[in-house]
Design a protein around this ligand. Structure first.
Ligand SMILES: *Cc1c(COP(=O)(O)O)cnc(C)c1O
Length: 389
């Protein structure tokens, strides 16, 4: 974080990593160019020009993005990857080895569970899933092989909240790494490193990119030893984003603050309206007083995000009919873009989980998740209302 002159979040998001080069030979670009060169010529055999050798190892556009990413999470270092799951894989490959055990929140993103259960399981890494809303469940799950705790808060799709600070104390006491997937709130509303986490991971595909036009992942951290390991593996494994992807992600980051404000502003209006609707059985949104961790959420985060989960009073046929009637909300996986999306976790994002596991978690057939966009909230409510009616 060398840019101490930028104080506010929006200022940092706009300027960090993208200072115009006004030195001799600099062209003064206000936006970092898309450096598409895969390799960099050198004057002298042993001296890479400006530190660049080959774009898998380091690329000027990616470097600018990585600086911006670090600043968003109050971190010393940022790393960019080809996807959120690539970033997650690099974390596991860098910190764990065969025989190690990790403890994870039981309501993680389906793809993260698939990665743990179907990929890393083949390499001798084991996982215990616990309901981390009660930190004692984590303590109970610790074994001598345990090396890492993996959290998401709020979770997907049930929006459960766990206490990052309390869990970070457990992690420190037991010498475990604490990783927090901060995709759902974005760095604008929550900064896990400030609450004691060792690493933050994001699917930049979601709020950070924000426009549903680029897949990306990021890791932010402040420990230099872990950073070196991650950077080594970023190059050794090669799961890097293209320079164009880096440009798109940076372009998105510049409006992160105003987008997040609007997502949250629209979400609370819709959550309250849904709560009053006779065809809705239950609404889950961390900003509602009815949310079981509303108090913790208010303490831990600066806002409640743009994701709402609700249960309609009906069966799968009612759900299908309701979703087919929507005109503004698009029926699609993913979240965090400017446009409102709606999805059915049991049949879409969480279809990779077996049914018994889904039911145990509470991902029932009448459960629906919406990613509230930044459109006019009256259009969004009218759309939901006409489809419910
Ligand atoms: C989408 C998502 C991921 C995976 O990221 P990709 O960019 O799709 O690889 C991980 N965690 C959460 C919470 C997500 O929503």
């Amino acid at each position: 974080m060398k840019n101490d002159k930028y104080k506010g979040f929006a200022t940092k998001a706009i300027h960090s990593g993208e200072e115009p080069n006004l030195k001799d030979g600099g062209t003064g670009d206000v936006v970092v160019p898309i450096h598409i060169s895969s390799t960099f010529a050198r004057k002298e055999i042993e001296v890479p020009t400006a530190g660049y050798e080959y774009s898998r190892s380091l690329n000027p556009t990616r470097k600018a993005l990585e600086e911006k990413l670090a600043v968003l999470e109050n971190a010393k270092y940022g790393l960019a990857f080809a996807s959120g799951l690539a970033a997650e894989s690099i974390i596991i490959l860098s910190l764990l080895k065969s025989g190690d055990h990790l403890i994870a929140f039981d309501d993680l993103y389906g793809g993260t569970k698939r990665l743990f259960n179907k990929v890393f399981s083949d390499f001798g890494i084991t996982v215990t899933y616990v309901n981390a809303t009660n930190p004692n469940n984590i303590i109970t799950a610790i074994k001598k092989e345990t090396k890492l705790i993996w959290l998401e808060t709020p979770t997907n799709p049930l929006l459960k909240i766990c206490d990052i600070k309390a869990i970070s104390e457990i992690a420190k006491k037991n010498e475990l790494y604490l990783v927090v997937d901060n995709t759902f709130l974005s760095p604008y509303f929550q900064n896990p490193l400030d609450l004691g986490a060792d690493l933050v991971v994001h699917s930049s595909t979601k709020y950070i990119g924000g426009h549903s036009d680029v897949i990306g992942g990021s890791i932010m951290l402040s420990d230099s030893t872990i950073y070196e390991k991650l950077q080594f593996n970023q190059n050794a494994i090669g799961a890097i984003p293209s320079p164009f992807d880096c440009f798109l992600t940076m372009r998105g980051i510049k409006t992160l603050e105003i987008r997040m404000k609007k997502h949250a502003e629209n979400a609370i209006v819709l959550a309250r309206a849904l709560e009053k609707h006779p065809k809705i059985k239950k609404v889950i949104y961390p900003g509602l007083e009815s949310h079981p961790q509303f108090v913790l959420s208010k303490k831990q985060c600066r806002g409640f995000g743009g994701i709402i989960t609700f249960l309609i009073d009906g069966d799968i046929n009612n759900v299908k009919k309701f979703m087919a009637k929507l005109k503004v909300f698009a029926l699609a996986e993913s979240l965090g873009g400017v446009e409102s999306l709606i999805e059915h976790p049991a049949l879409m994002t969480h279809a990779s989980l077996v049914q018994t596991e889904r039911e145990k978690l509470g991902i029932t057939d009448n459960l629906i998740r919406v990613s509230v966009g930044i459109e006019d909230v009256s259009d969004l409510w009218n759309d939901l209302q006409q489809a419910l009616d």
